[in-house]
Design a protein around this ligand. Structure first.
Ligand SMILES: Nc1ncnc2c1ncn2[C@@H]1O[C@H](COP(=O)(O)OP(=O)(O)OP(=O)(O)O)[C@@H](O)[C@H]1O
Ligand SMILES: O=c1ccn([C@@H]2O[C@H](COP(=O)(O)O)[C@@H](O)[C@H]2O)c(=O)[nH]1
Length: 241
């Protein structure tokens, strides 16, 4: 397999990561297009303080950025094809390094066995477990056609291609992890709340403690405090009139 060119990668670990790869908690969220991965990730983030990284969103942003690979990514997405692993892994790696968090939900990735292999060799990260949203094609198609978020790939023709790629290329990843007993298969046909209730117990070990919540609050108000402090320093007599 081709090796990723990255100055930060040494011996299969994220060398300049603040937290060792082994200590990171990564959950892969897999399932067919429209099975409800993104919807549930939002709820998991709210409840358990994970960082949500959607591989599709990262690729869409890269496609829009006008970068060298942008046109290639855009074309591949319109065809429902899997973007080369080097591109996606690099985007995920960059997004993870930007975050101070140690808990990541990686949504819609790995989409193929070679995506999985490259992520493993570049980051050295072993996912804690895999959530697999199981949903019939007809229901997924109904949801995608009703999504209405202006996505270029939510049309009948591309949806057909995305389903084909999912079955031929992405399902083998689920099978791979099943061999290691890492997959939690979720019946995604139920309501959003019912689905969430069934996955909530899997995340109990990640429940935030009081001091973590306190730390999050401090981090959230820090920019405001430093802004106020700056204003005080620049105001005669040290206070606003
Ligand atoms: N349990 C559910 N019941 C009914 N509709 C749902 C459910 N979960 C999600 N939806 C809706 O289905 C559509 C697709 O959901 P979502 O974007 O979460 O899927 P996804 O798996 O992330 O899709 P993709 O892989 O294409 O990004 C959205 O419009 C969402 O509101
Ligand atoms: O790891 C990935 C994830 C996504 N893609 C491409 O993006 C589209 C849309 O992905 P969503 O998860 O539905 O947002 C997908 O059809 C692929 O073309 C990818 O190549 N690799």
């Amino acid at each position: 397999m081709e090796k990723v060119e990255s100055g930060s990668v040494e011996n299969g670990t994220l060398a300049d990561f603040q937290i060792p790869a082994k200590k990171l908690n990564v959950v892969f969220v897999l399932g067919g297009p429209g099975s409800g991965k993104g919807t549930q990730c939002t709820k998991i983030v709210e409840a358990f303080g994970f960082v949500h990284l959607s591989a599709g969103d990262l690729l869409r942003a890269e496609a829009k950025s006008g970068s060298e690979s942008g046109i290639m990514i855009d074309n591949m997405m319109k065809e429902g094809k899997i973007v080369p692993a080097e591109v996606t892994v690099k985007l995920l790696e960059k997004a993870m390094k930007k975050s101070n968090n140690d808990k990541f939900l990686i949504d819609g990735f790995p989409r193929s066995l070679d995506n999985r292999e490259l992520f493993d060799s570049v980051t050295g990260i072993e996912p804690r477990f895999i959530l697999f949203f199981d949903c019939p094609k007809e229901e997924m198609e109904r949801r995608l056609l009703g999504r209405n978020q202006g996505r270029d790939d939510d049309n009948e023709d591309t949806i057909r291609k995305r389903f084909k790629t999912f079955i031929e290329t992405s399902l083998p990843v689920v099978k791979f992890y099943e061999e290691f007993d890492k997959v939690h298969k979720i019946d995604a046909t139920r309501t959003v709340d019912e689905v969430f209730s069934s996955i909530e117990p899997l995340f109990q070990e990640f429940k935030r403690t009081g001091s973590e919540l306190q730390e999050e609050l401090v981090q959230a108000i820090l920019p405001y405090l430093s802004c106020r402090l700056g204003a005080l320093v620049h105001t005669p007599f040290g206070f606003d009139k």
